[in-house]
Design a protein around this ligand. Sequence first.
Ligand SMILES: [Zn+2]
Length: 440
Amino acid sequence: MPHPLDRFRHDPSRRLMLRGAVATLLFGVAGRAMAGSAVVAVRVWPAKAYTRITLESDAALKFNQFMVPDPDRLVVDLEGADWNNELANIAARIGTDDPYVKQLRAGRFKPGVVRVVLDLKTEVKPQVFTLEPYGEYKHRLVIDLYPAKAEDPLLSFGDDGGKPDVAKPEANAPTTVAKADKAEKGDKANKQNTISRDKLNTTRMVTIMIDPGHGGEDPGAIGKGGTYEKTVTLAIGKKLKALLDDQPNMRAVLTRDDDFFVPLGERVVKARKVNADLFMSIHADAFVRPDARGSSVFALSEGGASSTAAKWLAQTQNDSDLIGGVRLSVKDPYLAHTLFDLTQTATINDSLKFGRAMLGSIGEVNRLHHGSVEQAAFAVLKAPDIPSILVETAFISNPEEEKRLIDEDYQDKMASALLAGLQHYLAKNPPLARNTLAES
Ligand SMILES: [Zn+2]
């Protein structure tokens, strides 16, 4: 709840007039407003995509930001923040490997104002915003540093030794030289034709968007043994990408390849940017009862959720944006428009087929929690034109399954099962030629 005096503090014109009255009041009310807010934690999530710095405080922080050139610095003044150890030790939060921040420092700038300075390694586009308390988190001031020049999603997710993925003859081009870059590495160009005659009976590159759930500030579910869902989903996602990239005519792109937060809508946007044929979100389930176990597969529902549990789960997963933190002004306008797209029904039918194929193969490595594909309104499954599923690989809240989830062998088996599920689906439902084929 906002402090009754907050609205006056926002308004400088009233400030003078009310100063006397406020001072009297404050003296009477005492405590918090006068003491300012205490920064209780500083967290940094460095990643190539963007670096996030979070200042958590027991009351909302008011801030003022500006850039200073030569050398590039971002200055964030915190009004009414108490000087304390968290701020005094802020420099230690930045590792030398941070892609954007050379140094982080803070100091008492003038009475009532703490100045935080970020010495930058490169030109950035900063976004500074606040988040309301949510779950375990108190008020948060978030400083996101994006690269000044937005990277091409295909370039930034490529892992072929820095070789841009766009060089691959993929997506929009009919090709009999799929994975040409790999063939070149093998220096036998005439092998290309045989390589392209793959099991999937498709003549173009199929792009799979793999979405490791949660990340950064949003840990996802946490196991009793301390395992974070975000860590497990990333490990399995990376293994699956490696397996997929080894297949002829298949290419995988990750929505995140590191421990950083990606808003749900942004994950969908990324999939559409790379022209993904299929989208698969990887998660680990949690339930209040520790004996809940098994893997599940979800697709988007048009109406209500197929079960109360599915509805509850969709709710908790969709809360990700509140936990991880999305600046409200940029929150998925895209999704609002596509929600009722007519193609969605057809896509949901394909998603259900995709999900059934996946259940079949996952059932080989883990017990199934639910024998059929469940449906609920997951925000991350709302691409109108890309068959999308969400896989709950196992229950991280079940101590036995938590142990399996952090076991490399199990992660490998799960990744192989996910690959097999994808292949089964694609064998029966080969992706259509792109519209652009006719023109080329
Ligand atoms: Zn999850």
